[in-house]
Design a binder for this molecule. Structure first.
Ligand code: 5GP
Ligand code: MN
Length: 346
């Protein structure tokens, strides 16, 4: 945050505050939103978290979950009133307003002071205060640091610490991705010091599967995973029918793409999912291969170098064809990156 003193001043007196995570919030988006909400409430503010859409049930344990308003759950009109009446709006874990779906227009038009806290690339210039660092592993890491910089660490209780811990844990792939820095470990050590139970959070997030979900993962791995050795690429294509066959719920496909990336010799992994309104794509990569650039160029998307996503509006079959057709454009990069990895790992 460039101007921490003005930011502190903004929050000096009780205000009406709205907090917004990105569409389909993950643990970092929801954890940062509920963590920030709890912190701001302790400072005496009136806070409402409004999520553009629903999110996976394995995040429901976070304190404050019951009070989250889901915008597209028939709450549009009530939410719009709260947004237009807000004095401050926090935008968390996204940096361009097209990441909040139908909330884009009301948030854009709101007269409130806007605060952006995020670690993604492709920032739009819309906020009055920015705490934006693409080198940070998670928005939760940025929020923890911001609260420390404000000198108000004592307002982080056990529940807030656990929400923030969850965001850092998942965005670093359980402290395995290259974004796992010394600072990340320092922050989580502090969070544990503030009462976060690391083992409990890990169990709540990762060991909360329905049998349907496990069966679905088994099906996807055996029937829907394709390997394109010549492009060091692996992908899943999951149809709407596949999802309904396994009674798939929000979040059931999360993490699946990582199995594809774990295969020897794979530089890029993708999952292409036929959702109700569009086809959703998620990309993962290793090393220098930047999937956020591919997602931005071909699928209206973005994200991080090694984890990105996008959408396609041309139907499932056409989307898979489009993805396969663009691979030759990246063939050299996909190969050379794999070679570099082999050297790096020996
Ligand atoms: P996931 O594949 O887990 O949904 O997302 C991976 C990363 O890419 C996350 O940081 C997420 O915020 C970002 N991302 C996913 N989908 C989109 C998208 O459609 N547009 C943009 N700009 N970023 C996305
Ligand atoms: Mn994040």
């Amino acid at each position: 945050m460039q101007d921490i003193n003005s930011f502190k001043k903004l929050l000096d007196k009780p205000k009406r505050i709205v907090i917004v995570p990105h569409v389909n919030p993950d643990a970092d988006a929801l954890g940062s939103s509920l963590g920030m909400a709890s912190f701001l409430k302790k400072k005496g503010h009136e806070v409402k978290v409004i999520s553009p859409t629903d999110y996976p049930a394995f995040l429901n344990w976070m304190k404050g979950n019951d009070e989250v308003m889901v915008y597209n759950d028939g709450n549009e009109s009530a939410a719009n009133d709260i947004i237009s009446d807000a004095e401050v709006i926090f935008c968390l874990d996204f940096c361009s307003l097209n990441r909040i779906d139908k909330m884009e227009q009301p948030i854009r038009e709101a007269k409130a002071v806007k605060v952006l806290i995020d670690h993604h690339h492709g920032k739009e210039d819309f906020a009055d205060f920015e705490c934006w660092n693409t080198k940070a592993a998670a928005t939760c890491e940025l929020i923890y640091q911001l609260v420390v910089d404000m000198g108000e660490q004592q307002l982080i209780d056990k529940h807030t610490a656990e929400a923030l811990y969850a965001g850092i844990m998942t965005d670093t792939g359980s402290f395995r991705h290259p974004n796992t820095t010394k600072h990340v470990h320092e922050v989580v050590a502090e969070l544990i010091g503030l009462g976060a139970d690391a083992s409990k959070v890990s169990k709540l997030v990762y060991d909360n599967n329905s049998l349907n979900r496990l069966r679905f993962i088994g099906f996807a791995l055996s029937e829907r995973l394709e390997i394109l050795e010549e492009y060091n690429t692996a992908y899943f294509a999951i149809s709407a029918e596949d999802l309904s066959k396994f009674n798939s719920r929000t979040g059931d496909t999360e993490g699946l793409v990582n199995y594809a990336l774990s295969i020897q010799g794979i530089t890029m992994a993708a999952i292409i999912i036929e959702r109700e309104d569009a086809v959703k794509l998620s990309f993962r990569s290793i090393g220098d291969f930047a999937v956020n650039e591919l997602a931005a160029k071909h699928f209206e998307g973005g994200g991080h170098k090694n984890a990105a996503g996008g959408i396609s509006r041309v139907g499932m079959k056409e989307t898979v064809e489009k993805f396969l057709k663009l691979l030759p454009e990246y063939e050299k990069q996909l190969h050379s990156n794999q070679k570099k990895q082999e050297i790096y790992l020996t």
